[in-house]
Design a protein around this ligand. Structure first.
Ligand code: FAD
Length: 324
């Protein structure tokens, strides 16, 4: 049976669900309230009933539970095949996927198979008066948000940047769970994740305090880390530092990195290009230090300190030591 609805692909993380998927599910709930289309979460792999019910609390009206142990770990071929089959059968209007590494891998291939349009890495989502999904992505160096619609083909697909939306939660929420046993016999399973180690990888989007280093730090991440530790903060960087390979891309803030929601962000030697500032717009208090009194970063800061990092930061670290 077909059902006009908004689907959210729920990526697995161990025996739970990836946070980005829950954020997207929360946004889908909001779109549902506006469009009247119900929200269906699609969860692959085996999971116990209690956990499935809990996912509904995050905003789903219904769950499609793809009950197949071979889907417990990500496999491009098996996931694409399973998703393609149920999408063709049930014809959702909209299909949203978190833009995680697996989500991006899945979405591109699935959209090509379904011959439909996909907006990659959306930072805004809305439905217009005609019920079309409007997905916003930064364009022209982040100066505008380009709004993309897919008028003709279905489902309208988008991947959503991690950390963009807040999850919804209502423990009283009820919903239906439909169990599907996908037929994956005969599917060539070429690349499969055998084991996913949840490492101590830092999810910057969850940091409450962040110290962000730019070119002005001359890449001295030792100093930056010492300062960050002294105030109990995580560190992030601008793109040039990640480009130079000084730190992994997982720490990059901005339009092609992560968007932060830190309560406090201390920004060191960053000029304030729009590519960067789009990643700090949802932070609480922003404190910036820059040599240049006319630095653009000060237009995006609550507290502006004109000075030399190499003079001020060692002093700040010393002060924190005295306090402790
Ligand atoms: C398609 C595209 C996507 C991009 N995506 C991103 C992104 O996601 N994130 C990102 O960050 N960038 C991104 N960029 C790059 C972005 O446009 C800027 O080039 C970059 O953010 C600049 O980094 P910065 O501020 O660290 O360096 P700079 O622009 O070099 O600024 C350094 C600042 O440090 C100050 N300074 C120097 N020495 C000191 C000192 N001793 N003490 C105090 N201050 C000092 C300077 O006055 C200056 O303001 C992108 C660019 C493109 C084209």
């Amino acid at each position: 049976m077909t059902e006009k609805s908004i689907w959210v692909f729920l990526e697995r993380k161990g025996d739970g669900v990836e946070d980005t998927s829950l954020e997207v599910l929360g946004k889908a709930r909001e779109l549902s309230d506006k469009s009247g289309l119900p929200v269906t979460g699609v969860i692959p792999g085996t999971m116990d009933g209690g956990k499935l019910k809990k996912i509904i609390n995050y905003g789903a009206d219904k769950l499609l539970y793809l009950d197949e142990a071979n889907l417990n770990n990500y496999s491009t071929d098996l996931y694409v095949h399973s998703l393609e089959s149920i999408v063709r059968e049930k014809l959702p209007e909209i299909l949203l996927i978190g833009a995680t590494p697996y989500g991006r891998d899945l979405a591109g291939r699935l959209a090509a198979r379904l011959r439909t349009g996909l907006t990659a890495n959306a930072v805004t989502l809305d439905v217009d008066d005609n019920g079309l999904l409007v997905s916003g992505v930064p364009a022209y160096g982040g100066k505008i948000i380009a709004e993309i619609v897919c008028e003709k083909s279905r489902p309208q697909m988008a991947t959503v940047r991690p950390g963009t939306f807040k999850p919804y939660f209502n423990e009283k929420r009820n919903g239906e769970i439909e169990t599907i046993r996908p037929d994956i016999s005969g599917v060539r399973d070429r690349v499969r994740v055998r084991e996913r180690k949840i490492s101590d990888f830092l999810d910057l989007t969850k940091s409450k305090r962040t110290v962000i280093a730019g070119n002005g730090t001359r890449g001295d991440l030792g100093l930056v880390k010492e300062f960050a530790d002294s105030i109990g903060a995580d560190i992030g960087v601008t793109r040039p530092l990640a480009d130079r390979g000084l730190i992994s891309r997982d720490f990059q803030v901005g339009s092609t990195g992560y968007s932060l929601r830190s309560e406090i962000a201390v920004i060191l030697g960053v000029s304030g290009s729009e590519h960067f500032t789009s990643g700090i717009k949802d932070c609480g208090t922003v404190i910036s230090i820059d040599l240049n009194p006319k630095s653009e970063i000060f237009q995006h800061s609550d507290y502006c300190i004109v000075g030399d990092i190499f003079d001020l930061i060692p002093k700040a670290i010393e002060k924190m030591k005295v306090k402790m």
